[in-house]
Design a binder for this molecule. Structure first.
Ligand SMILES: [Zn+2]
Length: 409
């Protein structure tokens, strides 16, 4: 079996952390100067690993194995949230490089092909999963015109960083047989249950609904209670009933959030004439998402019938379906996890979005999680023990070998 190099892995993660380091965290939004400096360094590390590395037309860093296929694409994103942690994305990128070089330097596995990748803009500084979309050839005009907070478009940013006109590395279905990504869990489940490896079964789907409450604005002193059409009261009543309705149909994996609520005009002495409430819900199972949606629609018609305030429901976004991970790849990850962490691994859904939400439409995907200390992520305090970091890479390397050997027959 192959053996990853723990010190080399941790050393590269520490160097990548230095690009945009801010306290214990990292500020490296996609296509910023510091992000491009990190990408140039990643390209050089991929070259050092024996890969043919480039920064492509979407600012993806891609390192192609010198070996013929079947090849596995292994990596993650190297951009961060506006104020992010040092491991979100970075972990999977350095794993990709470490797995590639570990296999190439071992005579037993030197014939196997790993193409390492650092995707651009998974975190949606401009548009989510920009690099993965480019790799799959599904970038749209809307993606190119998407802007960051400063109003710069993707097209302008790619020109500014000097990759406009550079070719895009593309998924090659005659070569690429799948995609593997390791990531920190970004939640508390592994740590709380004493598990060290999570084999991801699916990435949860997501629905978003907006509820508008239409009542009648009036004087808060002179309007008798019986005459009121208070949109604010209706909103709070709706939210209370919604909590019970959702709980009744939720699975243990369901999470849901009222992320915003507004009363209009929002003044002490005015009965709100209108109000709005935003609901987001996530689950690995489409049926559960459908049930929650149906419960909300029935509650809306129930409350509108009861009066005195009308409730209107609207979709905030198109429903995102759950992304199912490849069944065979999961078995390879299970076996590698059991070999190195017997009894301390678990299959689990991902509650956060990742690049496979795009990639899995085009090639088989699998993901591996390692614990997040305290379940903290998207924060400077994000961290994972060095032992868990090393273990995750070893499991990923073993799984990559067994997947590729199985592909070669
Ligand atoms: Zn991430």
């Amino acid at each position: 079996m192959v053996q990853i190099n723990r010190e080399r892995l941790l050393g590269d993660l520490t160097t990548l952390r230095s690009f945009g380091a801010t306290g214990t965290g990292v500020v490296r939004p996609s296509l910023s100067d510091i992000d491009m400096q990190a990408r140039a360094w990643l390209r050089d590390r991929m070259s050092d690993a024996g890969l043919r590395a480039t920064i492509d037309g979407a600012a993806n860093v891609v390192g192609l194995s010198p070996n013929d296929g079947p090849a596995l694409v292994v990596g993650s994103h190297s951009d961060t949230q506006p104020t992010g942690g040092w491991l979100d994305g970075a972990l999977g990128v350095i794993y990709g490089i470490e797995v590639a070089r570990t296999l190439l330097e071992n005579p037993d596995t030197a014939h196997l092909a790993i193409d390492a990748v650092a995707w651009c803009d998974e975190e949606a500084t401009y548009t989510s999963c920009l690099g993965a979309k480019a790799f799959c050839g599904v970038l749209t005009d809307d993606d190119y015109s998407a802007t960051n907070a400063e109003g710069e478009s993707v097209a302008q940013a790619l020109e500014r960083v000097g990759v406009k006109g550079t070719e895009h590395e593309r998924l090659d279905t005659t070569r690429h047989v799948g995609y593997l990504e390791a990531h920190i869990e970004q939640g508390p489940h592994l740590e709380q249950n004493g598990q060290r490896i999570g084999v991801v079964t699916s990435i949860v789907g997501l629905g978003g609904l907006r509820f508008e409450f239409v009542g009648e604005q009036n004087h808060a002193g002179t309007t008798p209670m019986a005459m009121r059409k208070d949109a604010g009261v209706a909103l709070f009543e709706f939210a209370t009933r919604a909590r019970k309705r959702i709980s009744a149909v939720a699975s243990p994996s369901t999470v849901w959030t009222f992320g915003d609520a507004e009363l209009h005009p929002g003044a002490e002495s005015i009965i709100p004439g209108r109000a709005s409430l935003l609901l987001q819900f996530r689950d690995p199972n489409s049926d559960v998402l459908d049930l929650i949606d149906a419960e909300m629609r029935s509650l809306v018609s129930e409350m509108t019938t009861e009066g005195p305030v009308d409730v209107v429901i609207d979709e905030v976004r198109e429903r995102i379906a759950p992304t199912i991970m490849d069944a065979e790849f999961q078995q390879h990850l299970d076996a590698a996890a059991e070999r190195h962490s017997s009894g301390a691994w678990v299959r689990m859904p991902s509650a956060a979005g990742h690049d496979p939400m795009v990639l899995a439409h085009h090639l088989p995907c699998a993901m591996l999680f390692i614990p997040s200390i305290g379940g903290i992520s998207h924060d400077f305090a994000e961290d994972t023990s060095h032992d868990d970091i090393a273990l995750g890479c070893q499991v990923l390397a073993d799984a990559a070998v067994s997947i590729l050997e199985a592909q070669r027959g």
